[in-house]
Design a protein around this ligand. Structure first.
Ligand SMILES: [Zn+2]
Length: 276
């Protein structure tokens, strides 16, 4: 199938035949990424009333009971309901599923060498994603493709698909870096770290709050006035995917919860002859 998309005066062919997955497959019986020492996502067979949900054990079909914590067990997409007293669900917030997107790559730096504003005394070994790194990365970005921004951090390796972040803390975004992203008009942010914020930040979630334009400390966020932006954490962007413009398909489950496991897919785009 061939899909043509138009942005402004330009037209692009979307290569639906070349999907590139940037979600981490969640292996219920294998290695998973993890943060906050949450229980691993797990699966067990549904059993009862004479039924066994496992064909290998004589059941008529396979029926698993899955247990997971979306925020801690792998690729997930969350909405402002993450920090609001009012229950706001990702299913009702995320209206788009095909989103013009840009992939950028940044190198986090030791916190001691950064000039960005910070709200906390950071650990000596902390690494942060700075405003200057993001500004540099966004310099070449096409403004028509900044509805979503995918940030790949260096070093980049498949270890991100199974890292235990309590033992190996991830880099996080400075407040100034988040302002660069917000100022660029990004509405859907996807990152390969487990949180925009430092894992132990005293509960401030300052970077999340900058993105959703919510003042510090308050949880009083009426759904009617809430940002419709989404944050997707713990993705993995293979080195085979170049920086640049794509069409993003952001799948979530229809969960009436602040977050859902997600399955983001990038499709390459190519300018068509009718472009001006
Ligand atoms: Zn999260």
């Amino acid at each position: 199938m061939r899909l043509t998309m138009h942005r402004g005066m330009r037209s692009f062919a979307v290569r639906l035949d070349r999907p590139m997955h940037i979600g981490i497959p969640l292996r219920f019986d294998g290695a998973q990424p993890n943060i906050f020492s949450a229980d691993a996502a797990s699966a067990r067979t549904l059993e009862g009333g004479g039924f066994v949900g496992d064909t290998r054990r004589g059941g008529s079909c396979n029926v698993d009971v899955l247990t997971l914590t979306p925020h801690c067990n792998g690729t997930h997409t969350e909405c402002i309901g993450h920090i609001a007293d009012e229950r706001i669900a990702i299913h009702t917030l995320l209206e788009e599923s095909l989103i013009p997107a840009t992939v950028v790559t940044v190198r986090p730096v030791p916190v001691a060498s950064a000039v960005d504003s910070r709200l906390l005394p950071d650990g000596d070994s902390d690494r942060i994603i700075t405003a200057s790194a993001l500004s540099d990365a966004l310099h070449a970005a096409d403004p028509d493709f900044l509805d979503a921004l995918i940030v790949r951090t260096l070093p980049n390796d498949a270890g991100k698909c199974a890292r235990r972040y309590d033992a190996a803390p991830a880099p996080y975004f400075s407040i100034d870096a988040m302002r660069v992203i917000a100022d660029a008009g990004v509405r859907h942010l996807l990152v390969d770290v487990p949180s925009l914020d430092r894992a132990s930040d005293g509960g401030r979630l300052s970077a999340h709050r900058v993105f959703w334009n919510v003042p510090d400390a308050t949880h009083d966020i009426p759904a009617a006035a809430a940002s419709r932006g989404t944050i997707t954490e713990m993705i993995f962007v293979s080195d085979a995917i170049a920086d640049g413009s794509y069409l993003l398909n952001l799948h979530i489950a229809a969960f009436m919860s602040d977050a859902s496991p997600s399955r983001p897919i990038l499709y390459p785009i190519e300018p068509t002859e009718s472009s001006t």
